[in-house]
Design a binder for this molecule. Structure first.
Ligand SMILES: [Zn+2]
Length: 311
């Protein structure tokens, strides 16, 4: 669509130019038609001195003009090729520029309606599009809830809340192709821990951020913000003891653009915290939202780079 319009636009002036020149030349030079007797016998008031050309000379002139037209045709053809080619490369660079702008957080189109700039935030609904994650069953072995379902429910609530506050939010799957080179002010992946009963201390949440980022200080700030605000909203404690390599080396950390600040949060244990996670999901989501807002809005947070280890 774009391409067709552009080529028509590029060719139009040339075509007009060609037609105009054809007409001019036809009017000025009586090619083959000049051999006709009536043409020759017609009075030429504009050029009375010039004698009427002999038929042989006229044919020679016609051949010359034919050769001239062939050359003109070739010149126009080549010129058209170049004209068509140049905007093509311009088009490609425009596309690149547009893609760059699309992936760069932009100011909102209506600043009056949206007081804050429309920053892009990514939310990964853990395991979605790939697997179920932890699967909880009742005494009869019937599936009661899956981690993927809870992750999606929380992630959707987080997205809706942030969108409502003027942010541009991408809800992403676990292995979303959009994660490759993903650019945003923050990317937060939401997961939950095991359905199995481990011990009475297997309750609480944990946060890990990517230290592969180009800005470790900001990554630590995102961790501190999520930890502080999530604890404040839910009352859950930070469970540092169960942060695994899967969290610290979360796959998305190495896929996204290194300028994107990212963290993974496990919002609770599906065993002891299941009631909170399933019955008070809005509170859980609010804790994540508050953590993201703390980071994005540069709110003050306890200067603890690493969260306090609690039982
Ligand atoms: Zn998980």
């Amino acid at each position: 669509m774009l391409m067709t319009n552009r080529l028509n636009w590029a060719n139009l002036p040339l075509r007009e130019y060609f037609i105009q020149n054809m007409m001019t030349l036809n009017m000025d030079t009586p090619l083959i038609e000049s051999e006709e007797p009536k043409e020759q016998s017609q009075p030429q008031p504009q050029e009375p001195i010039q004698p009427p050309p002999a038929p042989r000379a006229t044919r020679k002139r016609a051949q010359n003009f034919n050769a001239f037209f062939s050359a003109l045709w070739i010149a126009i053809f080549v010129a058209t090729l170049f004209t068509a080619w140049t905007p093509n490369s311009l088009f490609a660079s425009n596309l690149q520029e547009q893609l760059r702008l699309m992936l760069t957080p932009q100011a909102g189109s209506n600043p009056a309606a949206t007081p804050q700039p429309q920053l892009r935030i990514g939310i990964v609904a853990g395991h979605n599009g790939n697997d179920s994650g932890a699967v909880c069953t009742d005494a009869n072995g019937k599936v009661t809830v899956t981690e993927a379902d809870i992750n999606l429910k929380i992630a959707t609530l987080v997205k809706d809340s942030l969108v409502g506050q003027g942010f541009q939010v991408d809800l992403l799957n676990e292995f979303d192709t959009r994660l490759n080179g993903y650019r945003a002010v923050a990317l937060v992946s939401i997961h939950n821990d095991s359905c199995e009963y481990v011990n009475d201390q297997a309750t609480g949440f944990k946060v890990a951020s990517s230290m592969d980022t180009r800005d470790v200080n900001r990554a630590q700030r995102l961790t501190a913000c999520l930890t502080d605000r999530y604890h404040a909203a839910t009352g859950l404690t930070f469970h540092a003891g169960s942060i695994t390599a899967d969290m610290r080396e979360y796959h998305a950390f190495s896929e996204i653009d290194p300028n994107t600040i990212t963290a993974i949060i496990e919002t609770g244990f599906l065993n002891l915290d299941q009631n909170l996670l399933t019955k008070k999901t809005d509170l859980v989501a609010q804790g994540v939202v508050n953590g993201i807002l703390c980071f994005v809005k540069n709110e003050s947070v306890l200067p603890t780079g690493l969260p306090t280890i609690l039982p």
